[in-house]
Design a protein around this ligand. Structure first.
Ligand SMILES: [Zn+2]
Ligand SMILES: [Zn+2]
Length: 247
């Protein structure tokens, strides 16, 4: 029987706790008001702080938040999902994945094959051979990342996941409110526990739409300019439409 993919999750969101622009409460409020997501994972770069807070207060917004972080391993970015303790940056991919598993967590290669990001399977000096990644026991590949994935890369990621026999996920890689939910992971069920089961059973489906031009403008604005002097001056003077929260 084919499962029905009733649950929707965005498992790749950044907050103020790393290089995103929104606070945890702003993110949860936005998700509640403007999306139909059931589960979120705030996966900040190399910190669990915001994500643990989200996990504790998400119920106030009718949501579930999976504790997560995006670990900068020496070989590329790895989404550590369902972890309770932070994993240090700079370890090898193998060690990072092992530490995620020690905690009963799930390791997903972020933007798995993208050549312009710190990706485990991209062709860069530190590229990892797919068979090695298989030995390391990675649990999933992010096959759709709304900020960068173009169709050929998505197909390549699906192909690699089939070879590795691992789950495929989708995420927004949102660094500001307006892009949350652009990339999602569909799964049977509705809860964070259902999502974990689906990831382990390889029954997740990536979905979403790549950023539009205005989202890239917002992305650059929020990540690179808004917190500089010039950005603060411009925000006061022009209040750019793309800097506002609503899509
Ligand atoms: Zn990344
Ligand atoms: Zn990211």
């Amino acid at each position: 029987m084919t499962p029905s993919y009733t649950g929707k999750a965005d498992i790749h969101i950044h907050s103020k706790h790393s290089d995103g622009s929104a606070s945890i409460r702003e993110i949860l409020e936005y998700v509640q008001k403007y999306t139909d997501l059931n589960v979120v994972a705030i996966a900040d770069h190399d910190t669990l702080a915001g994500s643990l807070m989200a996990r504790d207060i998400a119920h106030e917004y009718g949501l579930e938040a999976v504790p997560a972080m995006e670990v900068s391993s020496r070989h590329g970015h790895i989404l550590a999902l369902y972890v309770e303790w932070p994993i240090p940056a700079g370890l090898s991919a193998e060690e990072t994945i092992a530490r995620i598993h020690e905690q009963g967590g799930i390791a997903v290669a972020a933007h798995a094959v993208e050549p312009f990001s710190a990706s485990l399977l991209a062709i860069r000096p530190h590229v990892i051979a797919p068979w090695k990644l298989k030995q390391m026991g990675v649990d999933g590949l992010e096959a759709f990342n709304a900020s960068i994935t173009i169709p050929p890369m998505e197909w390549l990621a699906h192909l690699a996941a089939r070879y590795l026999e691992v789950a495929v996920t989708g995420g927004s890689d949102a660094h500001y409110l307006g892009t949350i939910g652009r990339g999602i992971t569909l799964f049977p069920g509705h809860t964070a526990a259902d999502l974990k089961t689906a990831l382990l059973q390889r029954r997740t489906v990536p979905a979403g739409t790549r950023y539009a031009l205005r989202h890239y403008a917002g992305h650059v604005w929020h990540r690179r300019i808004s917190h500089t002097r010039l950005g603060m001056w411009a925000a006061q003077r022009f209040a750019p439409a793309y800097a506002r929260a609503a899509r």
